[in-house]
Design a protein around this ligand. Structure first.
Ligand code: AMP
Length: 418
């Protein structure tokens, strides 16, 4: 039996781990600088949490969710997205009691049974941030600014921001009727999925990737023409905050977002150079979700982005983010007596937090020094017969080629100060 990794998943191999760690740390640092605190929720939840929040008719629930029963027959789902779990935790743990505003961020794997292709996986890693507790348009702009700051920190320059307003449930309803009236005469030309969407959620037709549906959708009415005065004002305010923050954007009235819970602002970050899977991140306001999940009626706005497409973008822009891991020292031991005191030293240094490498299966001086070089350690700590007799260690600076002798008890202090 030859075991293979499941389709649509990938291993993060040691050679790539530093890069992943680096982008994840950059997100953590940016989110913390904006006043967001980390939250970690389980990778599976009650299936109903997503069915209710994302919408029964959404692609995520209809086609993409990993839904399964546990041994007691409970319906669970691997999380396809991060917002509903964060909101579930916010409500369940009464985080609202800690202050008017709760600003949270997360990092973790998400799961969608999607057709795998470049930049699209069945297990992928997302980062996200949620600002819960305010309807103020400043926060729509703040959450966008967080993503922009993160992209800038990484050095990415070619990512574009598109924003839209999907209005409140009232203007949404009027808009959906207008869409229905528009698409109804074209019903026979639509794909099977879109014919169902026309009945359930006409707005989803605007998101269809089938070329014939796309062509029809081109002439459809646009949401921004259906916003009531409050929604229009909110949108104007968000744009004005973005202008003040010097964040450039394009208004794209076609952005609808795949999930049901969005209200008002909706946005996408795109990298046109990525091809079909060009969305780096997206988000928006979801003022109705918290009440829908059983909490108090609380406004919120959030963003989520994918690390895989971010890493692809970094590669395309020729940006290297990983600092290779380098041990501080490599221990070279010659002879039995040296092994005795050397392993003792290795133990002490490692337990004190120094990174020291050693390979007991390499005997010769030459082989050990070669290994020290290829480990990229800064120093070789050499103990041979002479050093054992004198109670010293020879320390070789591997880049400079210089060496010096120190009493064995002084090595830790030397490493701490170098
Ligand atoms: P969404 O909630 O679908 O807008 O997803 C937010 C972000 O997650 C997207 O902009 C992508 O960067 C990323 N993403 C979504 N689905 C996938 C997937 N199947 N594989 C890789 N990245 C994804």
């Amino acid at each position: 039996m030859e075991y293979k990794i499941p389709r649509g998943t990938f291993d993060i191999l040691p050679a790539d781990s530093a890069k992943w760690q680096q982008v994840m740390s950059a997100f953590r640092e940016t989110a913390q600088a904006f006043g967001y605190a980390e939250i970690t929720t389980p990778v599976f939840e009650q299936a109903e949490l997503f069915e209710r929040s994302s919408g029964e008719s959404s692609d995520v629930v209809q086609k993409e969710m990993y839904r399964f029963q546990d041994r007691k027959g409970r319906w669970l789902a691997l999380r396809p997205e991060g917002t509903a779990p964060v909101v579930r935790s916010y409500v369940e743990n009464h985080l609202e009691a800690q202050g008017r505003l709760t600003k949270l961020y997360y990092i973790g794997p998400m799961f969608r049974y999607d057709r795998p292709q470049a930049g699209r996986y069945r297990q992928f890693y997302q980062y996200g941030a949620e600002c819960i507790g305010s309807h103020h348009p400043y926060y729509d702009a703040e959450i966008i600014a967080l993503q922009v700051a993160f992209l800038r920190k990484l050095g990415l320059q070619k990512i574009e921001l598109e924003i839209n307003s999907v209005g409140c449930p009232n203007c949404s309803k009027i808009y959906d009727e207008a869409l229905e009236n528009y698409f109804e005469p074209h019903k026979e030309e639509l794909c099977g999925d879109c014919r169902t969407r026309l009945q359930t959620k006409p707005r989803r037709l605007l998101d269809c990737k089938v070329p014939s549906c796309k062509a029809i959708a081109k002439g459809a009415p646009v949401m921004t023409d259906y916003l009531d005065s409050d929604c229009r004002e909110h949108f104007e305010q968000v744009k004005s905050y973005l202008d003040k923050m010097d964040i450039s954007y394009k208004v794209n009235p076609r952005i609808v977002r795949g999930l049901d819970y969005y209200t008002h602002t909706a946005f996408e970050f795109l990298n046109p150079a990525l091809g079909a899977q060009n969305a780096i991140g997206g988000g928006g306001r979801y003022d109705g979700l918290i009440a829908q999940i059983g909490g108090k009626d609380t406004p919120a706005v959030g963003i989520a982005g994918g690390f895989e497409r971010l890493l692809l973008s970094l590669e395309q822009e020729g940006i290297t983010v990983s600092r290779p891991y380098r041990p501080q020292a490599y221990l070279v031991l010659l002879g039995e007596a040296a092994r005795e005191s050397g392993i003792r030293l290795l133990g002490q240094l490692r337990l004190s937090g120094f990174s020291v490498q050693h390979d007991p299966e390499k005997d010769s001086f030459k082989a050990q020094l070669k290994a020290a070089d290829s480990s990229q350690a800064r120093f070789a700590l050499i103990i041979g017969e002479d050093e054992v007799k004198a109670g010293t260690v020879t320390i070789k600076d591997l880049a400079a080629g210089t060496q010096m002798s120190l009493p064995i008890g002084g090595v830790a202090q030397f490493l701490a100060l170098s």
